[in-house]
Design a protein around this ligand. Structure first.
Ligand code: KG4
Ligand code: ZN
Length: 337
């Protein structure tokens, strides 16, 4: 079964072709980073317009790379939410139109479901059940994943997501957008420990997170002071260590609470090297194994959407097929079945 996957929820246009027999056949992403950089963040209207420009050429490229034509597709999966409404509508309307024209199912997919299933595209994938730590620009969540569509929320951020905290802190330190990878790079040249930043909710006794206070703590250090290059590097290293300390402690607590031995890490912040090293070390100590998507599949892409669509079809998902569709800018993952 060949499933075309389309992702357009934010600032990446992603298209991929996943074959249930042969695996990932082609994957292409166009990032809008340069388009939004001068505004310091994503401008929704510009994002939608760029998805319109990029999507059809990307679909053509993916089909060419995979050596397929439209007639070879068995289904078209697309991100239906959560995300920017206008951006989602671009992917949804192209996907629904393609599916209608070809007479194949169109599958509306939850963006975070795509992220948390993405490690299954690796050569050595996890098996259900597992715990997933979802750390993206919009979400920080721990979920117990029993199978496709079986997602129980264990805990989440009460305010900023981890990626959002990275991005906002990067801005405070004078870095460009998107800030997460740039802040991580700055932190590599710094030494943590000098600024004594808080570890919010580390000892709250539950699996909730809070990151907005951490950003404020950085602001207090950065305001009205001429920070040297070393100060900025050390502050970045301190911030990264604080976020990672909390993520590792809560993920470890979730593994113990669920009595499972596989942890899946997904979402853009999952690309962070320091987080990966610390989670691997915690897993070694506590007897759980950590699974990550391939680095290029950590951030938004069409491959994870194609995979989620294929797994849902294989699980017997019922498809409406009436050509009517809607997108859901807000959509709790635990409401899926
Ligand atoms: O999953 P994703 O691509 O998009 C969303 O669905 O939100 O995640 C993007 C987030 C951004 O906040 C970005 O700054 C962060 O992931 N990110 C990182 C790193 N790479 C991306 N944060 C920390 N360290 C990184 N290496
Ligand atoms: Zn994402």
């Amino acid at each position: 079964m060949r499933v075309l996957g389309i992702e357009s929820s934010c600032d990446e246009t992603g298209v991929a072709l996943y074959d249930t027999a042969a695996g990932l056949r082609a994957n292409a992403v166009h990032t809008q980073v340069d388009l939004h950089a001068e505004y310091g963040g994503v401008v929704p209207e510009l994002a939608s317009r760029d998805h319109i420009r990029r999507l059809v050429p990307l679909i053509r490229k993916v089909l060419r790379d995979a050596g397929c034509g439209l007639a070879d597709l068995d289904a078209v999966a697309y991100t239906a939410g959560p995300g920017l409404a206008g951006a989602l509508l671009v992917g949804a309307s192209v996907a629904e139109a393609l599916a209608l024209a070809r007479g194949v199912p169109a599958l509306p997919i939850h963006h975070l479901e795509g992220h948390l299933l993405s490690p299954m595209l690796s050569a050595d994938p996890p098996r259900f059940p597992f715990v997933a730590l979802l750390v993206s620009g919009g979400h920080t969540q721990l979920m117990r994943v029993g199978g496709v569509g079986d997602y129980a929320l264990l805990g989440e951020s009460l305010d900023d997501a981890a990626g959002e905290a990275f991005d906002k802190t990067a801005k405070l330190l004078g870095l460009g957008y998107p800030g997460g990878p740039q802040l991580a790079r700055l932190a590599e040249s710094g030494a943590p420990g000098r600024f004594k930043l808080p570890r919010p909710m580390l000892n709250s006794g539950d699996l909730s997170f809070s990151f907005s206070g951490l950003k404020t703590a950085v602001l207090l250090q950065a305001t009205d002071k001429a920070l040297s290059k070393t100060d900025r590097c050390d502050l970045a290293a301190d911030f990264q260590a604080a976020v990672v300390d909390v993520l590792v402690a809560k993920a470890t607590a979730a593994m113990t609470a669920c009595q499972l031995d596989q942890l899946v890490v997904a979402g853009g912040v999952g690309a962070n090297r320091h987080l990966r090293a610390r989670l691997d070390a915690a897993g070694g100590l506590r007897g759980f194994r950590v699974f990550y998507p391939e680095l290029e599949l950590c951030t938004d892409n069409g491959a994870m959407i194609a995979l989620a669509g294929a797994l849902r079809l294989q699980a017997g998902e019922q498809v409406r097929g009436d050509g009517a569709f809607a997108v859901k800018p807000r959509w709790p993952l635990s409401s899926l079945s």
